[in-house]
Write a new protein. Structure first.
Length: 290
């Protein structure tokens, strides 16, 4: 019985250490979530203004030549799949990869007409193992990504589109809804869709004088708009990742507490049983002496 008590005690000690680790990781993820939310607020302001400019030019009937607007025959579809580089994020990665595979199945696509661009180790490894063409992968996105860090991703993606490596691009990622909720999103980003763009309600634009021409300005603005869409998706996905990590570590901490309580109860019962057995043996010995 003593060995059993020691075994239970070791399990309690081990679980307490695990709980300390998961609790610390939860606090770290929560802090990162607060930081990236502040960073995202600044970017949202820029993205909304850029969106309004493109919408205004589009609604004014201004169009420009350029591959980002060109609707060409779709021979290959590109999927920019955003996942995490590490685990311990609950179902965050599996939700994205399952949705991408479902999209491929629904459209009756194969590895021959799908091009995967993976941001995050989990997505890159997942699609490589299944024989897909992972034409680009980026690992090690920082916890609070900046545009300077991600601009190489954006430049590579747009260059591949210009070179017709794929004919349209859909970004697949988890959208941050709240501290405890995220939802999968699939957004077609290339070619840039200007039809149906609406100016944000309450926005007032002055009269413009274009120099050198509206088309030339649109040719400059559209790449910036595409860049903002892709960077925004990466920032959003990273926010959802931190939230998922905080939730997963919170659940792990709660589970560890429940296990410790259960082990403590088991330990006390075993100790009580051992004491009762010892008393019985002593009493029996005294009776034998009498």
């Amino acid at each position: 019985m003593a060995a059993s008590l020691q075994d239970i005690q070791r399990r309690i000690t081990s679980t307490r250490k695990t709980r300390q680790i998961t609790s610390a990781m939860q606090m770290v993820s929560t802090a990162k979530l607060s930081q990236i939310n502040r960073a995202g607020g600044s970017f949202d302001h820029y993205a909304k203004n850029l969106h309004n400019v493109v919408a205004h030019l589009s609604n004014a009937g201004i169009s420009g030549a350029g591959s980002m607007l060109e609707q060409r025959p779709v021979k290959k579809i590109g999927y920019l799949v955003i996942t995490s580089d590490r685990g311990l994020v609950g179902g965050y990665n599996s939700q994205v990869m399952k949705a991408v595979m479902q999209e491929i199945t629904d459209k009756e696509l194969t590895a021959d007409n799908v091009v995967i661009l993976a941001v995050g180790s989990n997505g890159a490894d997942f699609f490589k193992k299944r024989g897909f063409n992972v034409a680009y992968e980026y690992r090690g996105v920082t916890d609070i990504p900046t545009f300077d860090e991600v601009k190489d991703i954006v430049k590579t993606v747009t260059t591949m589109y210009d070179n017709e490596v794929f004919d349209e691009l859909t970004v697949m990622y988890n959208h941050y809804v709240s501290r405890i909720t995220n939802e999968f999103r699939a957004e077609k980003m290339l070619p840039v869709q200007t039809e149906g763009l609406t100016v944000e309600e309450g926005t007032v634009f002055p009269e413009y004088e274009f120099e050198p021409s509206p088309e030339s300005i649109l040719a400059v603005v559209l790449p910036q708009y595409a860049e903002s869409l892709i960077f925004g998706a990466i920032l959003d996905a990273k926010t959802a990742e931190h939230a998922a990590s905080a939730n997963a570590m919170s659940s792990a901490t709660d589970n560890a507490k429940e296990l410790i309580d259960s082990l403590n109860l088991q330990f006390n019962r075993a100790r009580q049983s051992a004491i009762t057995t010892e008393i019985t043996e002593i009493t029996g010995g005294m009776a034998a002496l009498d």
